[in-house]
Design a protein. Structure first.
Length: 583
């Protein structure tokens, strides 16, 4: 039964707000001869705007790397069909399938079967070819793009390295048309260890580097043990002498405090996975995410209570659907099949994921059940398989085996661009067969597309060789007991604007975004400030337009990422800097 989504936790001690600064070039119509950058009369960016050197291990030579324009105009659905014994069923045609969206049957505009990694049925069916659908000739190989996300925040180093070592040993299984990208998350930031590449030597080095990174699973384990110890040593309260009612499914104060913290930690990891998907949105071929999950509980409340006879339905603590649905939606939106990998190595019976049978029946203690439920949910919603226990040491082998035989269906929905989720259901008209596929898609708006592009650039930097965004950061001043205000001046490069003549003037529309990451690893939402410019004459290339605003932040050390986006030309400029609160 689906739980009612709970409210999303708010990161403690964190705030980001944008406000116009009256003395800093407030939304003014720029002059016909735009001013130079605020820190220099020359067009060259000031030192504070220079792009930081790439992190060790970063590969940017396989363009396009990430942050490509996302245009989900056609929905592709990969479908696995098995018989009652779990054996794959080949040789079906488009007429054997029924495709429903929100309960209504829709025409299948594209159909292809992939068998053994090769297309065996011509791609486009009779009728017009729909842009955005895969075009596969019979016998042509279908490449797979593997996006690996390493969870260093929840994982224990030894267990994580077992999985990474198996990935490194199996790199040779990649076919010439396959590619892989590797990203790691430590609870504070995402690090790109390898961008899209099929170079096995590069990928081997990146996986080796991933094994040298600090893992923070011991911190999560210490938090759990501290909670359990405190509960055991706590004096028995008078009310606790009375047996708890079966109807009492609320958490007490101590339980709720720890459950809320755990939910916030899972939320951070889920957000990191979503950001990774968005940043690597448009690789070719079949798209697969190998999610090395260090142990995210499906229900933090039940995980904390740790009592099989006590169902927890505390709406103050988000769980299950509320925590994980955004990840499933992001994967389905972008066409990724997610294979969550059981990094902790839960004990239980398993089946080979490549065989496509029913999910394994497992018997775990409550806390292991919660971790296992996350694996099941993410895999089921995106059409993947959970790779637990022994399968974790052959994650690439099993994911590759599972994705080398399937049916590829496509349809063009009636787009409204309203960011709403729609359910997708695939049925087989023949009796006795079972299907596995993604559960839905999101009708992404233009604003959503732009936000994804900008988010990827803010996380990993603009593509190599692109221009930096010139800026100046003023001195931070206190604003109340726990907040500071920081003036920010940005030089808007005319070169980055698509200037269009409209009604006798030259106009440009830009979007400015600022994201903040505090020293505890809490990330802000990313507010967008629209900027509308009007010039009396065509602005001169190489010039800049000054623009000012104020940032309101919590009084704690922050790392800021600033992004300027031109929605018409699609150009993104980024810059980053640190903010230290005044003493």
């Amino acid at each position: 039964m689906k739980r009612t989504p709970a409210r999303r936790p708010v990161a403690a001690g964190f705030l980001l707000a944008l406000a116009f600064a009256p003395g800093l070039g407030r939304a003014q119509t720029p002059p016909a001869s735009p001013a130079p950058p605020p820190s220099s009369a020359a067009p060259a960016p000031p030192p504070s705007a220079q792009r930081p050197a790439p992190r060790p291990g970063t590969r940017l030579d396989d363009a396009p790397t990430f942050g490509e324009r996302i245009e989900v105009r056609v929905v592709n659905v990969e479908v696995v069909v098995t018989d009652k014994s779990g054996t794959r069923v080949p040789g079906l045609g488009a007429a054997d399938f029924r495709l429903k969206v929100d309960g209504k049957e829709v025409p299948i505009e594209y159909f292809s079967e992939v068998r053994g990694g090769d297309a065996v049925v011509p791609g486009p069916s009779e009728g017009p070819i729909v842009a955005g659908l895969p075009s596969l000739a019979p016998g042509s190989p279908v490449g797979t793009s593997y996006l690996v996300l390493v969870d260093d925040y929840f994982s224990l180093a030894q267990r994580r390295d077992e999985v990474l070592r198996s990935l490194k040993d199996d790199i040779g299984r990649l076919q010439p048309e396959d590619r892989m990208a590797i990203v790691a998350y430590d609870g504070r930031k995402l690090d790109m260890l390898a961008s899209w590449t099929g170079d096995q030597a590069v990928l081997g080095r990146a996986l080796g580097q991933a094994m040298t990174r600090p893992a923070h699973g011991l911190d999560r384990l210490a938090e759990l043990r501290s909670f359990d110890t405190a509960r055991q040593l706590q004096p028995l309260r008078p009310l606790q002498l009375i047996q708890r009612s079966p109807l009492d499914n609320r958490l007490d104060v101590e339980e709720r405090s720890y459950a809320e913290r755990l939910a916030a930690q899972v939320q951070k990891s889920v957000d990191a996975a979503i950001s990774t998907l968005r940043s690597f949105a448009s690789p070719p071929g079949r798209k697969v995410m190998l999610l090395l999950d260090g142990g995210w509980p499906y229900s933090p409340g039940s995980y904390v209570a740790n009592d099989v006879n006590r169902p927890v339905l505390d709406r103050d603590v988000p769980d299950g659907e509320a925590l994980l649905r955004p990840l499933a939606d992001a994967a389905n939106l972008l066409g990724y099949t997610v294979y969550p990998v059981d990094v902790p190595g839960l004990d239980g019976t398993t089946v080979d994921a490549a065989q496509g049978g029913p999910p394994p029946v497992v018997s775990f203690p409550v806390r292991q059940q919660e971790i296992s439920a996350t694996l099941d949910y993410v895999a089921q919603e995106t059409g993947g398989r959970p790779l637990r226990a022994g399968l974790r040491r052959a994650a690439l082998e099993n994911a590759a085996g599972d994705t080398r035989a399937y049916y590829w269906l496509g349809f063009s929905p009636a787009h409204k661009g309203d960011d709403r989720r729609h359910n997708v259901q695939v049925e087989v008209r023949r009796a006795g067969l079972k299907v596995r596929s993604r559960s839905g898609y999101v009708d992404l708006s233009k604003g959503g597309e732009s936000a994804m592009m900008v988010e990827s650039a803010m996380l990993f930097g603009s593509p190599a060789g692109s221009e930096s965004l010139p800026f100046e950061l003023g001195a931070a001043v206190r604003s109340g007991r726990r907040e500071i205000e920081v003036p920010l001046k940005v030089a808007l490069p005319v070169n980055a604007m698509a200037v269009v003549p409209i009604e006798g003037k030259y106009r440009a529309e830009l979007e400015l975004r600022v994201a903040a990451l505090d020293e505890n690893g809490n990330r802000s939402d990313i507010p967008m400030q629209p900027i509308k410019l009007a010039f009396a004459t065509a602005p001169e290339r190489g010039k800049y337009v000054p623009y000012g605003l104020k940032l309101k932040l919590r009084r704690i050390r922050q790392h800021l990422v600033i992004a300027l986006f031109d929605p018409i030309g699609g150009k993104i400029l980024t810059a980053e800097t640190d903010v230290n609160p005044p003493k």
